[in-house]
Design a protein around this ligand. Structure first.
Ligand code: GLN
Length: 192
């Protein structure tokens, strides 16, 4: 199994090293030809407008969107989640427009722009997951076909899945907990 990590901008190196800890081949993707042979792709956190701009100038956006529509699993974290959403509230960032979620950027405001919390994620087992939020977006709403994987105590949706599409508002690659990446690899291998 070979996983690509979009390496235009942002926290791609951390995803690559997390995948390597799971004995999985991980390749940085900056150009369309680097998508060849990739079984799944991670869209990392960073600055969604910068990632979006770089992807379109390297002709990656349409290629990735069509591979995902054809069933290739995508895992978007933070800015990656923003790029995968069909709907971004009060923002015009071009995205893949793949997932039936509406997201809001920088949803926690300036005072609490970064925080870490233990999050209950039943799909990963009983032990809570250490979730790191950095100027994070939230999912404001989603359609019926979307499975909600995690919510904050106030009900805010921060992780979700729709078939081959997986998103988190937080950064699993910045912790030692490998379960979210393992969950994605199970989607790629068809086990989940
Ligand atoms: N605030 C960033 C954005 O709106 C996302 C932050 C992140 O990926 N850590 O694009």
């Amino acid at each position: 199994m070979k996983i690509g990590v979009l390496a235009s901008q942002g926290a791609f190196a951390e995803h690559i090293s997390t995948l390597e800890k799971l004995d999985t081949e991980a390749v940085p993707v900056r150009l369309p030809e680097e998508l060849r042979g990739v079984d799944g792709l991670i869209i990392p956190g960073g600055e969604s407008t910068a990632i979006s701009r770089l992807m379109s100038s390297y002709n990656l956006t349409d290629e990735i969107a069509s591979m995902a529509r054809g069933g290739m699993p995508l895992f978007g974290t933070c800015a990656g989640m923003i790029l995968m959403a069909k709907n971004i509230s009060s923002n015009s960032t071009a995205s893949f427009g793949l997932m039936d979620i509406k997201v809001k950027r920088n949803a926690f405001g300036r005072q609490v722009d970064s925080f870490e919390m233990e999050l209950a994620i039943p799909a990963l087992g009983e032990k809570p997951f250490p979730a790191v939020f950095i100027r994070a977006p939230i999912v404001e709403s989603c359609d019926a076909g979307v499975d909600i994987l995690a919510r904050l105590k106030d009900g805010t949706i921060v992780a979700a899945r729709q078939n081959n599409l997986l998103v988190t508002a937080f950064h699993p690659e910045l912790t030692d907990d490998l379960r979210f990446h393992r969950y994605f690899l199970d989607i790629v291998s068809g086990e989940s």
